[in-house]
Ligand binder design. Sequence first.
Ligand SMILES: C[S@@+](CC[C@H](N)C(=O)[O-])C[C@H]1O[C@@H](n2cnc3c(N)ncnc32)[C@H](O)[C@@H]1O
Length: 244
Amino acid sequence: MNTENNNRIEKYKGFFNKEYLMGPNSLRLLDEMLTKYPLKEGKRVMDLGCGTGLTSMFLAKEAGVSVFATDLWISAAENAERFKKWGIEDQVIPIHADANTLPFAEGYFDAIVSIDAYHYFGAKKGVFTDKILPFLKPGGVFIAAMPGVKEELTGEAAALLLEWMEGNTKDYDTFHCRRWWLDLIGKSEEFEVVMDLDLDCYEAAWNDWFASGHKYGIKDKTYMDRGMDRYLSFIGLVIQRREK
Ligand SMILES: C[S@@+](CC[C@H](N)C(=O)[O-])C[C@H]1O[C@@H](n2cnc3c(N)ncnc32)[C@H](O)[C@@H]1O
């Protein structure tokens, strides 16, 4: 990654803690995606699965876009307070909604961004085309980064992942490789996958999570130390809705 990029992330170090992080550092993941696929200033963006809104803040401040910060587990009221505290309340609108039933007009967004969230609801056939794509303008982009694996797991590696997920097959089934995601999304005249990658910042993003002091970060580290780090990756996707 270039120096300019590293400087941009340095400003946010005060947020790399258990109060804000909900998993591997979403700011590093978003920073890398936006470096590789920059958004133009002034665009209208949905941050889908925004959690505590760190990525929404980064989008507003660094990309200069207006943001609909949308999340299921974190209330709009809680995020509204944070956005006021951060001085971004005019640029970032908190929304409480489920990705399966989004309360927006079709064709409303220039971009939908989803960092460390899409795997929770998107790892099923048809979700992208039925629940996400309709909300993009023609020419708009979906930018996602989700935890995954370098190759689909089998044998001992699969057993270790299942143990890490405490036997919960629903959580286990969210970890897939880039090829799996591309096959799931498929091909269509409606959209084009314009970028797919395993993210470079994968290790740094996990390390920030382990260092955050969050109890889940501490638990996750024990599985990295037992060998999970050899298999994991972070998958990045950029998908563009074709112009009509
Ligand atoms: C691990 S957290 C990541 C939050 C944030 N993107 C970040 O990286 O800091 C996953 C987020 O996905 C959101 N999420 C999960 N299922 C969802 C759904 N069906 N609709 C909207 N958001 C969802 C949760 O509310 C949660 O905040």
